[in-house]
Write a protein that binds this ligand. Structure first.
Ligand code: HAS
Length: 561
């Protein structure tokens, strides 16, 4: 079956160039910030030439640009490509531009505030760390822009359903809608936190803030945020990877079930980030722990479904025996370069998932919480499957929308493998260091390697050095990617009109299941479970915290107000 080809008009081309190239530049700046963090910790540098000596400032830039700005832009850009393509409909470009411009304005505002030292609050912006109001306004604009993109797709979807009654919605569209349903529900909580708590407080309209309530609203958003990052990668794994591997998706139904399960279980789990927080009762923490294990199920189903899909492809390519098929997959095939970005991410995610399950287990969480183990875990998730899939697809879309041949394919192919070596080394160092008590996010002195520092621990040195080696390898991989990306972007256009096509997989088991056709029952189930899981948490927090906290700055010995 040949893939459908969609013509690309000028407006879409410029919009997508904006949505792909600017956040990519911001991502590169963020990665530079990441390298600086490891060098700071190892005592190799004492001051970042661009961000100065403040560890938290560089860490804020790293977290906000990489984890919030780049990911949100990519999800919107990918949705703007996938949804019109799969539904065979034109996107409303006016709203698509409005969404893009708002996101851009918001990101620049937030980034500037961080650069000026007015928002040294890390990506979690926990009070009592306070940022300039423009930082919060920047975040609001970014989120509102992403909502507009989502609202722009809804009429297309409804029209498609009317015109194609009885047909199954394309799986990629189910995946992208799941991504944004989860995002929309999750961002409602952070909107309340910013608009009713952080903004009035940073504008000086109120003096104090309820820190626990703000943290709780943040984590209502913060955990589903990780699935907002992960789900576009899942869309690529389910819809495109089996075909790139030379096979078929093992089960279409499994894909649909997985997406619906994410709607239900992504949100009522946020308290697993607050297991060690006071004010929230143990019983309700147990409930969130239970739902956390439920949200591992769609990923476990994914592991088996994708393994079966890859096995099918490997056997079709001549693989025999129990494991022979694994060696037949197109790991290093230049014309399938996108496959290498997806498979490496999946391999990394095996360990990201295992470490997530460790975190989710209350007793084990007591050993790893607030240690370097946690950044070890999340670099195996957001900086594994998510980053690699987003980079690969950004390059793919850049080629399609700008009508350019992908340049330096061999080098491009090396990027995910070098990254995988780097991220494994980095995370191994962080996680092992974390297990012997190396903390995360400490600001005082920043380095753990200076014998004069209060934080000096000789046992940690080996693991800090490992994280530096990993960080340098990861940076090398990103440098190669940046060269490939910009060489492609600046190369000559191909002959003819720009066209978009995706390698959409057929399904091996293609059963149509009526209860997976509609989002509505799953959204209702999600709302009911959220109410059950969060009402006791909010009541506990309100009953257990009195008054509020004044502002605190890590760089100022006295409270700011
Ligand atoms: Fe997490 C902390 C629990 C997944 C990101 N997580 C974080 C933080 C981030 C993050 C950023 O319970 C730090 C937040 C902060 O700043 O404080 N996480 C989990 C659990 C999962 C999980 C249970 N996390 C993610 C994903 C992320 C992410 C995905 C980003 C995208 N996480 C936690 C907890 C904490 C936490 C606690 C708080 C820790 C603390 O104390 O502060 C699960 O969703 C994981 C399920 C995944 C699996 C893996 C399935 C494997 C697959 C690969 C198959 C491979 C194949 C390849 C087929 C069960 C799908 C075959 C290979 C061939 C060669 C053929």
């Amino acid at each position: 079956m040949t893939d459908y080809v969609m013509k690309i008009d000028k407006s879409s081309k410029y919009l997508m160039a904006t949505l792909l190239i600017i956040p990519m530049i911001l991502m590169f700046i963020g990665v530079y910030g990441g390298l600086m963090q490891t060098l700071f910790r190892a005592g190799i540098v004492q001051s970042d030439p661009f961000m100065g000596p403040d560890y938290y400032k560089g860490l804020t830039m790293h977290g906000v640009l990489n984890a919030i700005v780049f990911t949100t832009f990519f999800a919107v850009a990918f949705g703007n490509a996938v949804i019109p393509y799969a539904l065979r409909m034109a996107l409303n470009m006016t709203w698509a531009w409005v969404s893009g411009i708002l996101m851009l304005l918001g990101s620049v505002l937030a980034g500037l505030m961080i650069y000026m030292g007015e928002a040294t609050v890390l990506y979690t912006f926990y009070p009592p760390l306070m940022a300039h109001p423009l930082f919060y306004i920047g975040l609001v604009l970014l989120v509102v822009g992403s909502w507009i993109a989502f609202f722009n797709w809804i009429p297309m979807y409804l029209r498609w359903r009317r015109e194609n009654s009885g047909q199954r919605t394309p799986l990629s569209v189910v995946g992208m809608f799941t991504t944004f349903i989860v995002w929309f529900i999750a961002t409602l909580a952070v909107a309340v936190e910013i608009l009713f708590m952080l903004l009035p407080w940073s504008m000086g309209l109120v003096d104090e803030i309820n820190v626990m309530l703000a943290r709780t609203l943040f984590w209502f958003f913060g955990h589903p945020l990780v699935y907002f990052w992960l789900l576009p990668a899942y869309v690529m794994y389910y819809s495109y990877m089996p075909k790139l591997a030379g096979g078929k998706l093992y089960s279409d139904m499994a894909g649909r079930l997985v997406f619906m399960m994410f709607i239900v279980f992504s949100i009522p789990v946020g308290t697993h980030h607050q297991y060690m927080d006071p004010a929230i009762g143990a019983e309700i923490k147990f409930v969130h722990g239970f739902f956390t294990f439920m949200v591992t199920l769609p990923s476990l189903i994914t592991a088996f479904t994708l393994a079966a899909s890859l096995e099918y492809a490997g056997r079709k390519r001549g693989g025999t025996g129990l494991f022979g098929w694994m060696f037949k997959l197109p790991y290093f095939q230049k014309d399938k370069w996108l496959f290498s970005y997806l498979i490496t991410g999946l391999i990394i995610f095996i360990f990201g998932g295992i470490s997530g399950i460790v975190n989710a287990s209350y007793q084990m969480n007591t050993a790893v919480h607030n240690t370097a183990w946690v950044p070890g875990h999340f670099h195996l998730t957001v900086a594994g499957p998510v980053l690699l899939a987003f980079m690969g697809m950004s390059l793919y879309l850049l080629g399609q929308y700008l009508n350019k041949e992908i340049k330096m394919k061999g080098w491009s192919l090396s990027v995910p493998y070098i990254w995988m070596i780097g991220v494994f080394t980095f995370s191994w160092g962080m996680m092992r260091g974390g297990l012997i008590g190396m903390p995360r996010r400490t600001n005082t002195g920043a380095t753990y390697a200076n014998p004069d520092s209060a934080l000096f621990q000789p046992d940690w040195i080996y693991y800090i050095d490992l994280s530096v080696v990993g960080g340098v390898i990861m940076t090398l991989s990103i440098l190669i990617f940046a060269i490939v990306f910009f060489t492609t972007a600046l190369s000559k256009q191909r002959e003819g009109e720009a066209e978009l096509t995706f390698p959409v997989s057929e399904s091996y088991h293609d059963e149509d299941v009526s209860w997976l056709r509609n989002f509505k029952p799953w959204i209702i189930a999600a709302i009911i479970i959220i109410i059950i899981a969060y009402t006791p948490v909010i009541l506990d927090v309100l009953a257990g915290t009195y008054g509020g906290s004044p502002t605190y700055s890590p760089n100022s010995p006295v409270p700011l107000r």
